[in-house]
Design a protein around this ligand. Structure first.
Ligand code: C2E
Ligand code: MG
Ligand code: MG
Ligand code: MG
Length: 281
């Protein structure tokens, strides 16, 4: 695009602003056709039992292969999908796809793998949410005990009646709830107990910066112990971090040290090996 006037800073920044508005506009437009065009895929990252160092579950993480925009990470489109309302349909697709895949892995003899699915607060506010989850589990014939719904601290403290009802129906049905990025928001400890939360995932920033955050990690581990919740340490990248967590009684771990999120094909190759003992040496 030719510039007639001499290039001012002002012009430069409005160009950037226009670009980002234009980009959001395109993403909004492309979003609603993305499911039918089969543009989303799930990657899976293993959740490791830190006693046996074996894979006990997987977290499903969405990616978007958009023909015009390329390969998009969830931060680039999930917040927009939450604003447009597309998150309900996307979330439904993620849940079904993740459950089908997990059922298949279980049937193929990879063990009693659980599946963790990220849920936006917007989805939980939809009064049909629990119905959708139960219907999906029934259709796929996956037992509810294998499903962990990862929610944010924001939804764990909500007083919304719809959210409460969804929780109650789903916990009654046997689905587990996990609080993601724990320690960065405002969970209330009594609420965690009241809501029958099963698991905490400590935010990866604490593990990144373990030198500085040891006391926070220790505190999260003891909250887990005292409230009888399992704790997943997210973002384990080094053997030193792993050793520390094992030494301090952390149950479960996830991170690039074990594996980055992988396509189902690559993930399955890893399931066949399922061997992380060498990480202790
Ligand atoms: P999250 O649920 O906290 O997921 C963990 C993120 O950390 C993932 O990024 C994962 O790739 C990354 N990660 C895992 N281990 C390591 C590590 O050792 N080092 C580093 N540096 N990063 C690590 P990803 O896949 O980009 O997802 C980002 C966020 O997007 C997720 O954070 C989750 O909040 C959201 N998200 C992903 N999939 C979905 C989905 O299907 N639905 C909804 N509502 N949100 C999703
Ligand atoms: Mg998560
Ligand atoms: Mg997290
Ligand atoms: Mg997150």
């Amino acid at each position: 695009k030719a510039k007639e006037t001499s290039g001012s800073h002002f012009e430069f920044y409005t160009d950037i602003l226009k670009d980002s508005i234009h980009r959001e506009f395109m993403i909004r437009n492309f979003l609603n056709r993305a499911i039918e065009s089969d543009e989303f895929i799930l990657h899976y990252q293993p959740i490791i039992d830190l006693k046996s160092l074996s894979i006990v579950g997987s977290e499903a993480l969405i990616r978007w292969n958009q023909p015009n925009l390329g390969f998009l990470a969830p931060v680039q489109f999930i917040p927009i999908a939450e604003r447009t309302g597309d998150i309900d349909a996307i979330g439904k697709w993620v849940l079904k796809e993740a459950c089908i895949q997990t059922k298949k892995w279980q049937e193929d003899g990879f063990g009693d793998l659980s599946i963790s699915v990220n849920i936006s607060v917007k989805q939980l506010e939809n009064k049909l949410f629990s119905h959708t989850v139960i219907k999906t589990l029934n259709e796929v014939q996956l037992s509810p005990e294998y499903l962990y719904l990862e929610i944010t601290e924001e939804s764990s403290i909500s007083d919304s009646i719809k959210i409460q009802e969804n929780y109650n129906k789903l916990t009654e049905f046997g689905v587990h709830f996990s609080v993601d990025d724990f320690g960065t928001g405002y969970s209330s400890l009594s609420k965690l107990n009241e809501l029958r939360i099963d698991q905490l995932k400590s935010d990866k920033s604490f593990i990144d910066d373990l030198e500085v955050s040891k006391k926070i990690v220790d505190t999260i581990l003891s909250i887990g112990k005292n409230l009888n919740l399992s704790v997943v340490a997210e973002g384990i990248e080094t053997k030193e971090q792993l050793q520390y967590l094992i030494g301090n009684g952390c149950d479960l771990g996830q991170g690039y040290l074990f594996s980055k999120p992988k396509s189902s094909l690559e993930y399955e190759k890893m399931l066949k090996r399922n061997y992380f003992k060498s990480f202790l040496i």
